[in-house]
Design a binder for this molecule. Structure first.
Ligand code: HEC
Length: 281
């Protein structure tokens, strides 16, 4: 009797180990990945939080602070022999170009209805979405003719250098920008309407990496300046010809983006809390 029971147990164990268990392991990861999906709007919220933080820190601390120290920024910054850094819009374009080299297929574009550079003018279709972005000061989501998800976020004049520089620029069609104005829209595109948790976090990292690489391009450029620009591990005080190293710059971007990032990937909207939960446990 004992033998039969043991044999039975052993048999069940063998079936478990060799029939059930080996299948269960790969299944488990697949099931978890499949059950943790984020809507693309949560992905746009996340990458936009990173871009907002990088853009305001770059504009205020690097461009604003740099100018106080005699550093220059301009459209022609990449020309050989020109000792300048990228303007905020060009910093965003550098970031977008770095993103294009990475797998997530995330598109980033900054446009306006009153642009300094005419190639940043919205198309007729984009102007319709922008009218709502401007009125509501909130993002607008849609789908393009090619089936790509689109997220348009207000680009607000959050710091003084935004309005000063645009109002003074000879090519600006508008010269009465004020702090708090919606000056344009940051537009994101993505080829799907939902994204797995793995892809979600990989895309956030790709965005952080792209910002870092854009900043590194500015640091590299300054190495060739006739009057050297020092790099420091800590954020320098105002008015000094010193730039924070890449790690210090990125630490500030991550810290500033963190609260908005959390909002992006936790189901925080009370009216949607059940359905918005990205993972089913
Ligand atoms: C030192 C000058 C300068 C500063 C500071 C600056 N901009 Fe710009 N901005 C420009 C220039 C020049 C362009 C056009 C760049 C290009 O695409 O060739 C531009 C482009 C833009 C665009 C795209 C439409 C256009 O005008 O071509 C938007 C939107 C924009 N800036 C908003 C902002 C905001 C918001 C800030 C502050 C966070 C800011 N800018 C800070 C000079 C500046």
């Amino acid at each position: 009797m004992m033998k039969i029971t043991l044999f039975g147990l052993f048999g069940s164990l063998m079936i478990y180990l060799f029939a059930t268990a080996p299948e269960a392991l790969p299944d488990q990861t697949a099931a978890t990945a499949g059950r943790c999906n984020f809507e693309v709007t949560a992905l746009f919220d996340g990458v936009n939080a990173i871009n907002d933080a990088a853009r305001s820190i770059y504009t205020k601390r690097i461009v604003g602070g740099g100018k106080e120290a005699g550093l220059k920024f301009g459209e022609d910054w990449q020309e050989p022999g020109v000792e300048k850094g990228p303007l905020p819009a060009l910093f965003l374009r550098l970031t977008a170009a770095r993103l294009e080299t990475k797998p997530p297929q995330l598109g980033l574009y900054l446009g306006s209805d009153a642009p300094i550079n005419k190639s940043n003018m919205f198309t007729e279709e984009q102007l319709v979405g922008f009218a709502t972005v401007e009125a509501d000061r909130a993002p607008v989501f849609s789908v393009s003719g090619q089936g790509r998800a689109i997220g348009m976020y207000p680009d607000v004049a959050g710091v003084a250098p935004c309005v000063d520089c645009h109002n003074d620029h000879e090519d600006s069609p508008k010269t009465d920008w004020k702090i708090g104005d919606v000056m344009g829209a940051t537009t994101w595109t993505y080829p799907a309407d939902a994204v797995s948790a793995d892809d979600y976090f990989a895309t956030l990292e790709a965005m952080f990496d792209s910002v870092e690489e854009a900043y590194q391009q500015y640091l590299d450029k300054t190495l060739g300046f006739a009057e050297p620009v020092t790099q420091a591990q800590e954020w320098p005080g105002a008015g000094l010809r010193i730039l924070p190293e890449k790690a210090a710059f990125m630490a500030k971007v991550r810290a500033q983006a963190a609260p908005a990032l959390l909002n992006a990937f936790l189901p925080h909207r009370p009216e949607k809390s059940e359905e918005m939960s990205p993972c089913v446990f």
